[in-house]
Design a protein around this ligand. Structure first.
Ligand SMILES: C[S@@+](CC[C@H](N)C(=O)[O-])C[C@H]1O[C@@H](n2cnc3c(N)ncnc32)[C@H](O)[C@@H]1O
Length: 248
């Protein structure tokens, strides 16, 4: 039997059009609209990633930057090569697909408030393995995330300055009015899922012990606390975050 080529296959562009059309219908229910917006966002990331992958089909860029930031968003660090899936970045790349750098080529790899935005275990563990692969022997992976242990330790009252920090963290978000108690803040650390599709959700919560376990499992020789350095880290992240250095 001859298999006919599938001329009906939907392309990502066609699918994006269909999603937009469905989203525009007044009859589309809230639950479906949320799912469609999430799919729209993933389609956009998929298209962005494929466009970069065309230039680097083997998943390795030509250059070999020694200092690299992952998921820096608007917080670009001088002297670092910035990889993110959205602008501004030196390279647009979906790191869930791997880190597009050569083995043993990086001295310092930095990320903050990025890891909790990728699914666990698949993408988080793959990221840890990829970080270990691209680092040179003795190279350092610095990672900062919202500190789940800190927000839990403040339950039920919350820290004295938590209302102010909630405003700093979520001031520009449509969810701000709905973070009313300390438990709401805990919820956001664990499962940030704004209806606004600009934001990437939180998929997993971390504390110091979890970071140590994750990076030790990936092969790092030593994982220890990192002293917050505002030359590198985003000053607005200091409160309520935990940072570690994992050395290869
Ligand atoms: C909450 S922002 C943190 C930005 C910055 N690090 C800071 O602390 O202000 C999370 C960043 O991770 C990036 N990101 C999320 N998922 C990603 C992925 N799969 N690949 C690359 N970057 C990703 C987002 O685009 C965003 O810039």
């Amino acid at each position: 039997m001859t298999i006919q080529p599938d001329t009906e296959t939907t392309t990502p562009d066609q699918l994006a059009q269909q999603l937009a059309e469905l989203l525009g219908r007044p009859t589309t229910t809230h639950g479906l609209a949320r799912a469609l917006r999430a799919a729209e966002k993933e389609l956009e990331l998929h298209r962005t990633h494929l466009a970069s992958q065309k230039a680097w089909p083997d998943g390795r860029i030509d250059g070999a930057p020694h200092k690299v930031q992952i998921g820096g968003g608007g917080h670009q660090i001088d002297g670092f090569f910035n990889i993110d899936v959205v602008q501004p970045a030196d390279l647009l790349w979906d790191v869930r697909e791997g880190i597009p750098l050569h083995d043993g080529s990086v001295d310092e790899l930095f990320s903050e408030h990025f890891l909790e935005h990728v699914d666990y275990p698949r993408s988080a563990k793959y990221y840890a393995l990829e970080a270990h692969r691209v680092l040179a022997p003795g190279g350092r992976l610095i990672t900062g995330v919202p500190d789940a242990a800190f927000v839990l330790s403040q339950y039920p009252e919350g820290a004295a300055d938590s209302a102010e920090m909630i405003k700093k963290w979520y001031g520009k978000r449509d969810c701000l009015d709905h973070i009313n108690t300390h438990l709401d803040l805990i919820n956001y650390v664990f499962r940030d899922q704004d209806d606004d599709p600009t934001y990437h959700p939180h998929y997993w919560a971390y504390d110091y012990n979890k970071l140590v376990q994750l990076f030790t499992e990936a092969g790092f020789a030593k994982v220890e606390p990192w002293d917050f350095d505002p030359q590198l880290a985003n000053p607005k992240r200091q409160w309520g975050s935990v940072y570690v250095t994992a050395t290869k």
